[in-house]
Design a protein around this ligand. Structure first.
Ligand SMILES: C[S@@+](CC[C@H](N)C(=O)[O-])C[C@H]1O[C@@H](n2cnc3c(N)ncnc32)[C@H](O)[C@@H]1O
Length: 186
């Protein structure tokens, strides 16, 4: 795995994915052939934001987050991120190329669960909400994928919509990468 260097002054959150998880993610992002004019939507910012931005150089980067220390840390190191901290409607309905979900339990305060089961299902909510407007070949990357019971509903939700698990990292908390079946490279 390629060694990943973080910016020296970035204070990495205790809730961030581990270094080896981040190295896997960085390698995965670097191994894909991305087009131009990339649009990224992230749920839960932090060092993940810096790594994704550094690898993909997206033209638009939105992040759903309301935890100020994380936002400030990212603002100091990544200049092009726009934060959404209020309601679902504030998420721009772009044709996202990548949706990254790492907010396993902390939905922004005003972002009430749309599937009605409280904050703990925020990651399910995130996926349900954006599914209607992402690009056809959008990648969904979900953290904590090794907590299978936590992700089971989202897994079923993806599968019911012909999304396939195209890659995964099964150590520590883990990553799952999903893409629609007809776009999966054989
Ligand atoms: C799994 S963390 C996201 C980690 C992020 N992707 C990163 O690279 O650091 C999920 C959320 O927990 C919240 N969070 C992070 N640190 C926290 C803290 N010390 N206390 C309370 N909430 C925190 C933030 O809202 C964060 O987005």
């Amino acid at each position: 795995m390629k060694k990943l260097e973080y910016p020296l002054k970035f204070k990495v959150s205790k809730r961030a994915p581990s270094k080896s998880e981040m190295e896997w993610l960085n390698n995965w992002l670097d191994s894909q052939s991305w087009g131009e004019d990339l649009k990224v939507l992230e749920f839960g910012c932090g060092i993940t934001t810096w790594v994704i931005n550094n690898s993909l150089k997206p033209s638009k980067y939105y992040c759903v987050e309301d935890f100020k220390p994380c936002i400030n840390q990212v603002k100091d190191h990544v200049k092009n991120v726009q934060f959404i901290s209020t309601t679902w409607d504030d998420i721009p309905k772009e044709k996202y190329d990548l949706v990254f979900v790492d907010a396993s339990s902390c939905a922004p305060k005003g972002l009430v669960s749309i599937i009605g089961e409280g904050e703990i299902v925020f990651r399910d909510d995130a996926i349900h909400y954006v599914m209607d407007f992402v690009s056809d070949d959008c990648f969904f990357i979900v953290h904590d994928w090794c907590y299978r019971s936590g992700w089971l509903r989202s897994k079923w939700y993806f599968e019911a919509r012909n999304y396939k698990l195209i890659d995964s990292f099964k150590k520590e908390h883990g990553w799952g990468v999903y893409q629609k079946g007809n776009f999966v490279k054989s």
